[in-house]
Ligand binder design. Structure first.
Ligand code: FO1
Length: 309
């Protein structure tokens, strides 16, 4: 990478997005990158405020996440979880003992009137995460999955409890949320915005649903990274959601088409370039199983973006 980037913004949800953010944090100075993270997956569980995508980004950037699974903490036990199950409490969402500290600290902060932005910054500081990590909004914006045969389900109920089984008719976002402080300003000041290899429907569309967010993106150079490789999702239910929601085959091109005119460029798995129309593509290895993969891919995304920034 030759250009000295000063202000890159990355949008992320889920494990794939967090991995690319990890790579960007290794390729860029900490003060040159701002991570904007999906909060549509957030929910209350056991009376605790849970923000899975914020935690996945924070743990990944802090090198605390399990490299293979991607979410939660690598070094973890589940004694409290097992006890809660023994008490007959909900035991479908695995909260580990060390992970619980994050939910307890966040819940206490929010109850004391701290914003989600402030709590996130405090937890990141404690974990020595030096990049700026912003929730997309400080207000609730709950991703709801309208399914064919189980009614409308909150995202985690559909994704974890029902293992993303029920076919999706539509995705909607409940809440009158607006972008968190600093989010639109970060985008407006960005030399480049990177949309990570996240599920566009449940990880990026929540952000695009916020007032002013899509317009802010449209004014900046944006490059995306495909979450679909040779017709399959690297992780999660995306490959089944595309035919359900877009009535087309699950290709990298379907993802590019979903973002419409927002993309100046699209990084896809080598061999998938032909599925993309109307957007310049870079074909490379987009799977990130190691931290070295993430840094390499981040470097390639930035080098590719130089051509149109
Ligand atoms: N995903 C699962 O499939 N099963 C779980 O039990 C689970 C627990 C969990 C706890 C904390 C956390 O931060 C994430 C967790 N996830 C779990 C992943 C989570 O549902 C997804 O990573 C995001 O919400 C969507 O990418």
């Amino acid at each position: 990478m030759t250009r000295a980037w000063r202000s890159v913004v990355a949008l992320s949800g889920g494990v794939g997005g967090a991995r690319l953010m990890h790579g960007l944090s290794r390729e860029l100075d900490a003060d040159a990158v701002t991570m904007i993270v999906n909060t549509g997956d957030d929910f209350e569980h056991w009376g605790l405020a849970i923000s899975p995508d914020l935690d996945t980004v924070m743990y990944t950037l802090a090198d605390l996440a399990p490299e293979e699974r991607g979410w939660g903490l690598a070094d973890e036990t589940f004694h409290a979880f097992d006890r809660m199950a023994a008490y007959g409490e909900d035991a479908w969402f695995q909260l580990g003992d060390r992970d619980l500290a994050t939910h307890l600290a966040r819940t206490r902060g929010l109850r004391n009137g701290e914003s989600l932005t402030a709590v996130t910054a405090r937890l990141c500081r404690a974990l020595a995460v030096r990049c700026r990590v912003l929730p997309m909004s400080d207000a609730p914006c709950r991703t709801m999955i309208e399914t064919a045969d189980q009614g409308v389900l909150p995202f985690q109920t559909w994704f974890v409890r029902h293992r993303a089984g029920p076919a999706v008719r539509a995705v909607r976002f409940d809440g009158a949320a607006s972008p968190a402080p600093g989010v639109l300003e970060a985008i407006a000041g960005a030399e480049l915005v990177v949309i990570g290899p996240s599920n566009p429907y449940v990880s990026v569309d929540p952000m695009l649903s916020l007032p002013g967010f899509r317009e802010a993106l449209a004014a900046r150079p944006v490059v995306g990274v495909s979450p679909i490789v040779h017709g399959e999702a690297v992780k999660g239910p995306l490959a089944a959601m595309i035919p359900s929601l877009a009535a087309r085959a699950p290709t990298a091109g379907a993802i590019a088409a979903h973002y419409g005119g927002l993309l100046r460029g699209f990084v896809v798995e080598a061999g998938d370039e032909g599925t993309v129309e109307g957007v310049p593509t870079l074909g490379t290895r987009t799977r990130m199983t190691t931290r070295a993969d993430s840094a390499r891919l981040a470097g390639e995304v930035l080098a590719f973006a130089e051509a149109f920034c």
